[in-house]
Write a protein that binds this ligand. Sequence first.
Ligand SMILES: [Zn+2]
Length: 533
Amino acid sequence: MNAIPDPVVKTLATLVWVGLATTLPLSNLWAETPADWYRAGQEVIAQRYLQSGAPDGEAKNVILFVGDGMSLTTVAAARILEGQQAGGTGEENSLFFESFPHVALAKTYNTDQQTPDSAGTMTAMATGVKSFAGAISVDQTAQRGNCASMVGASRMSLVDLANLAGLPTGIVTTTRITHATPAALYAKSVDRRWESDRGLPPTAKEEGCQDIAKQLVEYEFAGGIDLIFGGGRRAFLPEDMVDPEYPNVNGFRLDETNLIETWQARHPNGHYVWHKDGFEQIDASTEGPLLALFEPGHMQYEYDRSQDPAGEPSLTEMVLKAIQVLSQRSDNGYLLIVESGRIDHAHHANNAWRALTDTIEFSNAIRRAAAQVDLNDTLIVVTADHAHALTFDGYGARGNPIMGYAVRSNRSSEEDQTMRDHLARPMTVLNYANGPGYRRDDAEIDYRAMDPLLSDYKQNAGYWQYSATHAGEDVPIYSVGPGASVLHGVVEQNVIFHAIVAAQPKLSETTNRLVDQSGLPQRTATETHSQND
Ligand SMILES: [Zn+2]
């Protein structure tokens, strides 16, 4: 047998050293455990605290903003669109959160999937433990769709832990409140599709698994969640009940229960609203929990919001209301988690216009939030759960309309400088790697004949898919405030949980106290009710 060549020995030595230095599991799929993920994430943050001391003091309040599907390309294109809408060439503009002093990149893969989904990625951020695609705050020891496999696999979320720590909590989203990203904050499910009992398979019902909407109304960690704003009424209403806003839309539930009434009965001091007027009447100093469900499904895209029949607030309005309410409920701080959930949906439809206009609204919401809080005592983290396969290319001139065709700059020529392919078709600046914008010859709508500046335009896609896939590249993490400076470099996505926990003293004290011999925070019978108020 030949001796191992020296360069290989050096490479192996480097790999071992890197493995020790970062303490990330250099393990294979079969050896990896939830406790490994938890410990590795915790150690990354602990090492950074050791290196640089307590970063900028302690956080009282924590706000996590998640732009669903907000890839780096989405950020670059949205900043240009915002700049062009303000009359500039665009490239020089920055979205508000791009001014934050700390930036990192997150690796987003799920434990079983190279390109991730929103359930597994939010579970990583919410519980400190990476998991499989479809997982709603259950770890990789469970199997998707297998109710019985949930035993022992439920993980506590940031919202569970903050409630136990006595901090007021809020969840704001533009999607159905039972959709993957918000669901991972309050529910435990082996399948993201179990939003209502209509989505629960008979075996899962027999084995005692609860649908996600029911888990929300029965949520009981330490007094519950202070405010929940989003869409998704249909998972709460029985199928024979007509939606109050849309006469042609019925509830989804098969069990004949009205979970909104259940929620009201459980919270006699709570307030439920479903349209903008009701929302505006909520007094910020009101007591009791707040539940707002503005649509039977997802809320409107920001671009379409003014057409909503009953009216709904913008993401900015929901965030400002949430901060006003939560900040009055405790002197010890609060936890607010905000999802701009429809950037992702527009990307799935290859409709870059709505993805970018929702990204701009996301940036506006963060700008207004940052102005409302004291950044000396509030940690703000802005990130995405996963990327999307939006591409931004061609050699358009400076100031080229970002939604338009790529037109080269050539001042000395009178010729049309539009970039074209080998069939002389003009190239748009923005395209997708796959999705419904693929130019099929048999397509009902020929997007080649459409103006790319129109709001309903679907950008061209390289391969056809009914719904565009996510992308596997890293996503950005922008942060500001106490505890933000530990978020730098390239990290596994579950590190975000550990950075947030470490920044807030009450949250970290409670979380660390609940870690038992399993190496994970565990719910105990006494913890469930001890801090009810
Ligand atoms: Zn998606």
